[in-house]
Structures are given as structure tokens and as C-alpha cells.
Design a protein around this ligand. Sequence first.
Ligand code: C5P
Length: 402
Amino acid sequence: MTLEGRRILLIVGGGIAAYKSLELVRLIAKSGGHAVPVLTAGGREFITPLTLGALAQEEVHEALFDLSAEAEMGHIELSRSADLVVVAPATADLMAKAANGHADDLASTLLMATDKPVLMAPAMNVRMWLHPATQRNRARLAADGVAFVGPGEGEMACGEFGPGRMAEPPEILAAIEAALGGARPGSGPLAGRHVIVTSGPTHEPIDPVRYIANRSSGRQGSAIAAALVRRGARVTFVTGPAVAPRPAGCTIVEVETAAEMLAAVEAALPADAAVFAAAVADWRVASAGNSKIKKTGSAPALTLTENPDILATIARRETGRPRLVVGFAAETDDLLAHARAKRLRKGCDWLVANDVGSGTGVMGGTENKVTLITAEGEESWPRLDKTEVAERLADRIAEALA
Ligand code: C5P
């Protein structure tokens, strides 16, 4: 009963996947939670308020300007009395409205009025999902702190194939549990603590159109930030241009280069702990100019210069050093020997060593196999989903700061 006592405001949009949200209501109840349903005009075309209300054992909210409903519970209160707002299915239109701050019906107004984390389960035709407008809206929402589950890939109701299928109800339930898993805001083992997390790759410009990058997806960093938020921490999430969704409930600082990342981390201090999960580029192009390098028939010679080491800079600060500094080491050979040496060289307290050799699928993938190296010793964890690695690490951080 992991959702015991939790209220979930469930906004059901107008998509064929709305029928799956009925199953989601059942799963939320089975997990001890309580779904408060909101049905959009589009959603009403696919399922009836009667079915939704009967399953949720709750009145279905539909209208923005409904005097009797407003007298009982206004839309502001409705959006804030929940612990989490879930949009399933999140249609292209609902995403567009939320991304641009529209508030012209009950669902979009609730999304504007809420001060709670928001989780969206998109569902739409593959072309609509891949449309640049939807992708722009998704990125905008993620930057605003909205979490996403799915969409999955597969055969769609419209007969096409590709990404756009709503995540299955058990998967959405797991995302809800993850979003609410630990502490309520302001409580939990890390309440009152500030943690900085770096994540993703950095992009180092070669000229205005080209850059040097790496394969980091930002998944591990996002998962760590989310796990810390669930334990009540205030998290500043400094991320390079990563594909992974931004974690909900953090202060998000988007950067591009290593130099910008260092500046953002320093600006976020003081902190109780800092976790450096970003795959920072070690070098940048010394003379990245404002003009595009022309193709002349002979390849240009790029001179590289070393980037600041953010982890080492923070770990070696004389004043204002976070109490716990955690680094990551992605290695392809002699993992542990290199990682042990790296912990000492960088001056961090803990080092999370992971093997990113070819064939491991770790870099950019969803799983990770790590060894935690501390001054006290080493722990080798089994191959786990990155979210599970994050949970364990967050538990250890909470213990260390207790
Ligand atoms: O030296 P290496 O890049 O393998 O070290 C990895 C660790 O150092 C990671 O925690 C990474 O975030 C951090 N790092 C950094 N700034 C750099 C290079 C790496 O913070 N310029």
C-alpha cells in the first residue's frame, strides 16, 4: 500500500487511451491512494463521467465555471489539495496548453494553479508525438519540472506504428509511486538539506554550429536528483543538454559548456552535499570562434585546451565545501584501480565507479553496474536499473548527512 493516504489529481484528456485511465484509477485505489478525477471535454468523448466517478468513488470535475462546484471546492484548492497531479492521457493539446501557460478550461487551469509535482503520460498519434511542436512542448514542460512516463512504442489505435502509445497503467502507477515514493515535501531524512546534482553531457563549441559532445543521457543524474527530492532534500539540478527528462521538484539550471556548469554549481553553493554525475567534457576547443569554419579541402587542426575540473574544484575548496562530495568515474579499463586513484586525486569523499566499456550499454542506457568507493572501503552493487542505483545512493547520502 505504497500510496496510502495520498491524493492524486488525475486529469483524463481526450484520447483513445482514456480507457486505460480507468484501470489506472483501480490500481491507485489498490495501492491505497485516492484518485480525484478531472475529465476534459475531449476525455468525455471517450469515457463517461459515470464510469470514471464510479471507479474513483468520487465526483468527477469537469467545468471551470461551475458555480456549485466552485462553492464546494474552487479550482485553486482542487489543484493544491492533491499530493501529485497526473495527466493521463496527456494529449498533444493538453501538453501545448500546459507548456504555454493557457488556462481556458478546468484541466489547463488546474495545471497552472498547482504547486505540486506534475506527471504526464503522453498518448497520441506517432506523427503528432514526433512533431517539432510537441517535442518543443515536451522539452519546455520537462524544463519546468514536469515528469514524463512513456510514451511507449508499438502499434497504435490509428493503425500506425511508432512512439505515441500511452504507458501501460502499471507503468504509470510505478511512476506515481516513484514520484511520491518517499517523503512529503519538507519532511523525510533529507529535509532542510540542500544538494547540488550535476548531470548530462556538456557541449563544447567548435564554431557556432558544431560542438564536441559525449553519449551521456543524463538518466543517472536525473534519477539521483529525483531520489533526493523524495527524501525531502532541496535539490539544485545543473544539467547539460541531456535527453533524459528533467526531474520534478528541483531547481533546474540548464547549461551547455563545462565552464557554464562550474559557474552554475558555484552560484548554487552553499550545499550540504554535491553529486557530480555529469559527463563533463575534459577539453574544449581553444579558439572556438564566431564564424563557421569553412571547408577548404584540408581538414582544420583543432587545438584543445583543458576544461576546469568541476568536481576537483569544489572538493578542494577551502571555504564553503559541501560536507559530502560525490564523484563518478566512467572507465573502460582497470575500473577499480583507476577509480580508487581518481577519488584521491579529485579530493572527493565518495566515488561511484561504473564500467562504460563497449558492450556494457551503460553510457546512454537505462542500467548501471557500480562500485561505491569511500574512505572506509568498497561496495560492489549488482547490475541495477539507474533508478535503483539512485535510490541506494540517496539512502547512503541521507545516512551520511544524518
Ligand atoms: O576525470 P573524470 O572525467 O573521469 O572524472 C569524472 C568525475 O569528475 C565525474 O564526477 C564528473 O562529473 C567530474 N568531472 C567534473 N569536471 C570535469 C571532468 C569531470 O566535474 N571537467
